[in-house]
Design a binder for this molecule. Structure first.
Ligand code: SF4
Length: 382
């Protein structure tokens, strides 16, 4: 039995790996990369088969945040030229979220910039969620509104919210290097309040912010300790105009190792490939589907992803099926998926020209600020 068999067996039994095992995944060499992915796939397949869940992000309030998270294009003092708007109206929230649903999303994530919501904000978002759920009772809604005060999580739950997202982002030890206006403990406490209110806890990380392997293992273990249902793994999108601009420290291979380590530490959680996948994994994106079981469809909060049709094509080409849209018996995964055909050249995808999958080495020019979808008059990328 190899060390990878051993770590996968533990994960299949929902046993935590040792820190050394988790570190070994991150330190593994390129010769072992496919073995790492194969071991993680054993775990992914056990808990999620070959299904890929699609989530869809709606930025319901963008920019002008008073917090200073160094990685964020919406932070105080950000010179990133991102869309800035205050709370979308309920009908705008519903229209954007339903565009994601039409594209195949099973969960919509309503995200607002800011330290945390006021009680009036909770009323506003709860109203939008109630209206959306009335029209889309089977679609999950995740709210991501920042740090919560007492009673707010309960009110969101009463409105029909499925989940609450609040990422830990990095280790407790590294936290002061990425934010000075709130602390790691504040984030843990918000995830705990969401959980206590009966909301499905969603919390993850961002890699590529100067952290060490030990930091990555620390944050993965901290996440496991909170027992989240979903763990989004982001790779830093280094926006110009933010303190982390120009930081390109990830390789596609390292991204795969990070995803695999998270899969081994949180084996039965929905591990969600999140922001930065196109620009950091580049042509290795489809391999990541063997490790994660969920991605975001289309665009991110303030940057554009690859065309939604290309996401669907990638899933079909890699032999996976979109959750909720499994092919009828007797068809192959790529049959009957019209979206997949010719998707890389789908019409109306000009804003994503020059995105990572067709470009060479990582670097400036790969980050495209979102100019369509929520908060604009242009159709969403789904
Ligand atoms: S609190 Fe949220 S929106 Fe504000 S700077 Fe931090 S990550 Fe960005």
């Amino acid at each position: 039995m190899t060390w990878l068999d051993s770590i996968a067996d533990k994960a299949l039994a929902r046993e935590l790996p040792t820190r050394d095992e988790a570190l070994a995944v991150l330190a593994s060499g390129d010769d072992e990369l496919m073995d790492v992915v194969a071991a993680a796939f054993r775990v992914r397949r056990r808990f999620f088969g070959r299904r890929v869940k699609l989530n869809y992000l709606v930025n319901i309030k963008s920019g002008l945040c008073p917090e200073d998270c160094f990685y964020c294009s919406q932070r105080v003092g950000s010179a990133a030229d991102v869309l800035k708007y205050t709370w979308l109206k309920t009908d705008e929230v519903i229209a954007s979220a339903e565009a994601g649903v039409a594209g195949g999303a099973r969960r919509v994530c309503l995200v607002a910039s800011g330290r945390g919501p006021t009680d009036k904000d909770i009323d506003r978002v709860s109203g939008a969620i109630e209206a959306f759920k009335e029209r889309n009772p089977d679609v999950e809604v995740c709210a991501c509104l920042g740090l919560l005060s007492d009673g707010q999580a309960e009110r969101l739950a009463a409105a029909g919210t499925t989940a609450y997202n609040h990422n830990l982002n990095t280790s407790g030890g590294h936290y002061a290097d990425i934010c000075t206006t709130h602390e790691f403990a504040d984030r843990v406490s918000t995830v705990e309040s969401a959980k206590s209110a009966g909301l499905s806890p969603c919390s993850g990380l961002i890699a590529g912010m100067g952290e060490t392997d030990e930091d990555l293992v620390d944050v993965a273990f901290a996440l496991r300790a909170m027992d989240p249902d979903s763990v989004p793994v982001n790779f830093l999108i280094p926006f110009d105009g933010t303190p982390l601009a120009g930081r390109w420290e990830l390789t596609p291979q390292r991204c795969l190792r990070i995803l695999a380590m998270v899969r081994f530490v949180c084996p039965d959680a929905e591990v969600r490939l999140a922001g930065g996948r196109e620009i950091h994994l580049r042509t290795l994106q489809p391999l990541a589907l063997h490790v994660v079981n969920s991605i975001f469809l289309g665009d991110y909060l303030t940057s554009e992803g690859q065309p939604g049709a290309a996401d669907l094509a990638m899933i079909a080409d890699a032999g996976f099926t979109v959750e909720g849209a499994e092919p009828a018996e007797g068809t192959t995964p790529t049959e009957g998926t019209a979206q997949a055909e010719g998707s890389a050249q789908a019409e109306g995808t000009a804003p994503t020209e020059g995105t990572a999958p067709t470009e060479g080495p990582a670097g400036p020019g790969l980050v495209h600020v979102r100019r369509r979808g929520a908060g604009t008059a242009l159709p969403a990328n789904t």
